[in-house]
Design a protein around this ligand. Structure first.
Ligand SMILES: Cc1ncc(COP(=O)(O)O)c(C=O)c1O
Length: 412
């Protein structure tokens, strides 16, 4: 860290991989504090995509010619990179989707519909992103199953005693967010999933906000399914991952049908391909998958432990500084927290905060962050959220803190 001579993390070198961070926004140096919404892309990711388009692009899984074979190889290699990163057992357990939203919908459709019935229960948490609420709600409507949620306390920590009381042999799916995108809470996944396994429930981890910050090991976490989006981990938009245990995926019907997901088609019947092809209908997002592979290799080359440590130091610094401002109320004060801060500034509306910050070159997120039930818990409709990634600096935080002070002055 720049102001800390003991920190070995070379943030200047990392920033040089992200040309966009040297841009100006509204004629001010860009201070990008919205990585929880989407991360910026390093040169290595952009180049992996331009190499494909300029060098060897062709459709995959079809051509016998060289470029098609190289493109296929690179696409399949990206699958192996993801497998290794989350410590899955087999490449076939990795399905490319459009993002976390599609991954969760796929499970609700292809696992949920055939396996759930009236009286069954699905457990989520009160702090879910809408992407991990609405697909289950729809599934409950169709099957008669019931959606339940683990409440959290005012610090933003799950009340596990409530979960312990809730989980039963009616529980069929436990689908929880690893790190809350609006509170930053890191949830005790292992405890929750171990308990789910005691009653034979299937577990799904929404790793959208954790995959880029901490080690996510699907075997260690007792995870049957896992979902995340590429754009949150420095990869392209429009690509995501669904991980599923082999035996579960093998038993599941397709989510979408069409080309490339079949073994054979006649007008009388169709035989579906084995996994993962069965879940990848139509021409795939080839550049997305290759870009995601490059992003994960990039993150791995820095090291997740180093990233987690550095980001934690940013969080601690930001916390200390922001708490010196009496008008600030932090929403989400869990002990285990990732590098984001949601806050209120007395009665100044978060949209006004965001608009003034924008003029200062500071990109923060304002609104309900696709977590309306979380906002409801606190009796609010919106927060301002600053989220930090490994390319942020102490200087970024200093500018952000000055920005808050300026917002307050504007409304005095
Ligand atoms: C925790 C969490 N889950 C799911 C999603 C949905 O991701 P996407 O919109 O990329 O599908 C997000 C995105 O903000 C998120 O933060």
């Amino acid at each position: 860290m720049k102001n800390d001579p003991n920190c070995k993390f070379d943030v200047a070198k990392i920033r040089s991989d992200f040309p966009i961070l040297s841009q100006k926004m509204n004629a001010k140096p860009l201070i990008y504090l919205d990585s929880a919404a989407s991360t910026m892309k390093p040169r290595q990711v952009v180049e992996s995509i331009s190499d494909l388009y300029y060098g060897y692009y062709a459709n995959i899984h079809r051509g016998v010619y060289l470029f098609s074979q190289i493109s296929t190889e690179k696409y399949e290699n990206a699958r192996s990179v993801v497998k290794k990163y989350i410590n899955a057992k087999y490449d076939e357990e990795i399905i490319f989707t459009r993002g976390a939203t599609e991954s969760i919908n796929l499970i609700a459709h292809s696992y949920g519909r055939p396996n759930l019935k009236e009286g069954d229960e699905i457990i989520v948490t009160e702090m879910e992103h809408h992407a991990n609420i609405v697909p289950w709600q729809q599934l409950c409507k169709e099957t008669g199953a019931k959606l339940r949620y683990i409440p959290f306390d005012d610090k933003g920590e799950l009340i596990l005693e409530e979960y312990d009381k809730m989980v039963s042999n009616k529980t069929k799916i436990v689908s929880i967010v690893h790190i809350s995108n609006s509170l930053g809470t890191i949830n005790p996944v292992k405890y929750i999933f171990n308990k789910a396994k005691e009653v034979g429930a299937v577990t799904l981890l929404d790793a959208s906000q954790s995959i880029q910050h901490v080690k996510v090991d699907v075997q260690e976490l007792n995870c049957d399914f896992l979902a995340f989006s590429g754009h949150k981990i420095y990869g392209p938009t429009g690509i995501g991952i669904l991980y599923g245990k082999l035996h579960l995926l093998e038993d599941m019907p397709p989510y979408q049908t069409g080309g490339d997901m079949i073994k054979s088609v006649s007008f009388e019947r169709t035989l579906f391909a084995d996994i993962p092809g069965r879940f990848e209908a139509g021409t795939q997002n080839i550049e997305g998958a290759i870009g995601l592979g490059a992003a994960i290799e990039y993150v791995s080359s820095i090291g997740l432990d180093e990233i987690a440590q550095y980001e934690h130091s940013l969080l601690e610094y930001a916390n200390q500084k922001i708490r010196e401002i009496p008008q600030v109320t932090i929403i989400g004060n869990a002990k285990q927290k990732a590098s984001l801060i949601s806050f209120l500034l007395e009665d100044i509306h978060p949209h006004d905060v965001g608009t003034i910050m924008d003029k200062l070159g500071i990109a923060v997120r304002t609104g309900q962050h696709c977590t309306e039930p979380t906002m409801k818990h606190f009796g609010i409709t919106a927060t301002t959220r600053a989220s930090f990634a490994f390319y942020n600096t102490i200087d970024d935080i200093n500018v952000f803190i000055e920005g808050i002070k300026q917002v307050i002055e504007t409304f005095e």
